[in-house]
Design a protein around this ligand. Structure first.
Ligand SMILES: Nc1ncnc2c1ncn2[C@@H]1O[C@H](COP(=O)(O)OP(=O)(O)OP(=O)(O)O)[C@@H](O)[C@H]1O
Ligand SMILES: [Mg+2]
Length: 333
């Protein structure tokens, strides 16, 4: 894990205000993204994965605000910038968005308009981050379509998004994310909307592009199978916090947090006896506005120690080292 840290998220807190009160969607999220590696972010629905991604790109909209923490791009270098301090509409932030950090959405139509051809939109995205002429930008757009594995890109460039299949549309979504030549890519559930075969193709494409371009990838998913296939390191999130961080092999071989263990038990295994009941985690993620006292996971935890878990909040995972935010961990230490 010696690679340079390209993005350091520290104690990130995001809240949404409403008439009912303040909802702490992120409650102290910390992790490092290393150059050229894949950080998997995993957790059930509502745990704050997308809010984390949108915060980094400063796309959280009112009533959401970053209420604390730092988002350090190139930490420890003369170019270090804290994205949390920048105006979301500033020139610097607009250059970061797309130019340094590309975003791939679950639903590619989030990044695409139905009214323009694929080419128009790609050319526009290329020109936003370069001084290319119209002809150069078009050539670059064709090249991008080729890079993401779109057959006959010279023709397809004039298609409208609705003329493409879901898989091809997601490839265009990836091309859009790469148009500004970012070295960091955040993919938020990029394959969740796709069938299994297409999902495998898109994951293979992401892997190939990452290797070719040396991209640092932050891959958000709720699917432990995707994590196993793609991630180098993994941050497990629960209710707006990172509850475990570990290299991927270690996470699967010796998960430390009861929540991670429960997530892994819920993965259907090819080794499991046929018709064995698929384990699910009891209960649901509470709404962040109804955060339980003590350890946020304690009401659903099958490995609860007792009063300590119900009354106190376990220490956060130390950044840069494998660990879990759990009193069992503290007891073992
Ligand atoms: N626009 C918003 N207004 C109010 N609360 C919000 C808003 N967006 C997110 N939240 C809160 O933040 C929490 C985390 O949401 P987020 O979208 O990050 O979850 P997620 O982990 O990406 O889930 P999923 O797997 O369903 O995509 C939500 O439970 C919700 O309470
Ligand atoms: Mg999400």
């Amino acid at each position: 894990m010696a690679e340079r840290v390209v993005l350091a998220v520290r104690d990130l807190a995001v809240q949404f205000g409403s008439e009912q009160g303040v909802v702490r969607a992120l409650d102290g999220v910390s992790f490092d993204l290393h150059a050229g590696r894949t950080l998997g972010i995993v957790g059930e629905s509502g745990c704050g994965k997308s809010v984390t991604a949108r915060s980094i790109l400063r796309l959280v909209e009112r009533p959401g605000i970053i209420s604390g923490g730092r988002l350090l791009l190139d930490p420890g270098t003369p170019e270090e910038a804290d994205l949390a301090r920048l105006d979301p509409d500033s020139r610097q932030m607009r250059a970061v968005r797309g130019g340094r950090i590309g975003l791939i959405f679950q639903e590619p139509m989030t990044a695409l308009s139905v009214h323009y051809t694929v080419g128009n939109q790609l050319i526009e995205a290329v020109r936003q981050h370069s001084t290319a002429s119209a002809a150069e930008a078009r050539a670059r757009a064709v090249e991008l379509l080729r890079e993401v594995g779109i057959p006959r890109p010279e023709t397809r460039i004039d298609a409208y998004p609705f003329e493409l299949s879901g898989g091809l549309r997601q490839r265009v979504g990836i091309a859009m994310a790469l148009a500004g030549d970012p070295d960091i890519v955040i993919a938020d559930e990029p394959t969740t909307a796709l069938d299994v075969t297409t999902q495998a193709q898109i994951l293979a494409l992401l892997k190939r592009l990452q290797a070719q371009k040396g991209i640092s990838l932050m891959l958000i998913t709720h699917d432990m199978g995707v994590i196993a296939q793609m991630a180098d390191e993994v941050a497990v999130m629960y209710l707006g916090r990172v509850v475990e961080f570990a290299p991927v092999r270690q996470l699967f071989a010796a998960p430390r947090h009861p929540y991670t263990r429960a997530l892994l038990r819920a993965v259907p295994s090819i080794l499991a006896a046929p018709r064995q009941r698929l384990s699910t985690i009891g209960g649901a993620v509470p709404h962040p506005g109804m955060r339980p006292a003590g350890c946020p996971f304690h009401p659903r935890c099958g490995e609860r120690l007792g009063a300590v878990c119900m009354e106190r909040i376990p220490a956060p995972v130390p950044t840069g080292r494998p660990g879990a935010s759990c009193f069992r961990e503290e007891e073992a230490a």
